[in-house]
Design a binder for this molecule. Sequence first.
Ligand code: ATP
Ligand code: MG
Length: 424
Amino acid sequence: VTGSGLSAPGVELVTIGEELLSGETVDGNAAWLGRELRAAGVRVLRRTTVGDDAAAIRSVVAECLRRVDVVICTGGLGPTRDDITLDAVAGLTGRPLAEDADVLRNLEERFARLGREMPAINRRQARVPDGADVFPNPLGTAPGMAVPAPGDHAVILLPGVPAEMRAITAGSVLPWLAQRWPAARGPGIRLIRTTGIAESAAAERVDDLVAAAAPVEVAFLPGTDGVDLRLTSWGAADLASLHAALAARLDRWVYAVSETTLEAVVAGEMIESGLRLAVAESCTGGLVAKRLTDLPGSSGFFLGSWVAYADSFKRHELGVSPELLAAHGAVSRETALALAAGARRSSGADAALAVTGIAGPAGGSPDKPVGTVWLAVETAAGAESRALRLPGDRGEVRERAAQAALHLLLLHLRRRGGHRGRQD
Ligand code: ATP
Ligand code: MG
């Protein structure tokens, strides 16, 4: 089952609800359970979604029970007529339902605490299949449970409401699984976060390392902000040396070797070196400033920014000369450098970052198509600029431009600090 040869216990998930099939609700429960179970060393081998239909629930759970020992279901545990999961699973496993005095008392107490009379239909939720373990629900009425099935198998039932499902999983299901599979342990996971390099180029650079990585799995995860490499090992394989080798090979495109963001890494470098930053943004409209100020403690280095959109604003606020704008245009190396210089001068910051570009959909020309972006950074150590030709729609161009701007700043800071050996 696992690339490492060491097998991890596996379960199947069944998520239940018409709204999941119709797409009105995105199946966040399955995604969340997949992550949490994996971290706990339990693999989700398959997942299935069915509507609120007793026959469908019975047949899919029966099928799952032929393949795995434990099936986890979410949804359809409410008090209404369309909530039929409990009856379907009790029927399938041959476990008659009976009212459970403890569950009933909990239900009544819950309503009493809220100062409300318990509706008669909620009494249905006090029914428990014979021999089931009950998992208390700290946030709602329907408890979770583990219903025994023939052959020492079990069907775990959880409510569909995400917060309730999560609370019961954390509080009861994971401990229950840990008791069943005491040796289960989450995989070792390492991350490498890159930006500014395409997935195929990154893959080519590290191809020999990845080919020889087994039993460690190396996944390439491309996104708008760059490509992440995730290393996973279910066994005792040495992740550290492969992690280091991959990061070294990917060189300056690596901005983090753990689960953190580019803005957090930039902030760390700024604070460590005691520098203060100002930003001038055109096409990104404040995205760079937004990302930096999302971080608590950003006032420790971030002075402020200009969203310098119109040429007149670039002139008046940041002193970009009309002659320069006329000669080179607003999207040019010269304007990017002038914006950075102006921002640094006007703010008194140690470092200034500037972004100017054409996000589209209009405004492109043959020599400056949509996606053309110029970046510049200036510190006492000097100034540098970079041109980009970014793919995507307006939103993607803006996001990618902000990411590239932060990356340029990071590279400049690292080179200035002369550490980590990542030279441009
Ligand atoms: P209730 O007591 O509220 O009826 P329930 O166990 O019957 O709980 P459902 O009726 O299936 O759960 O769903 C309750 C809510 O949770 C709905 O708003 C539904 O959209 C949401 N929900 C159900 N299943 C999922 C899922 N797999 N992922 C995300 N949301 C879900
Ligand atoms: Mg319901």
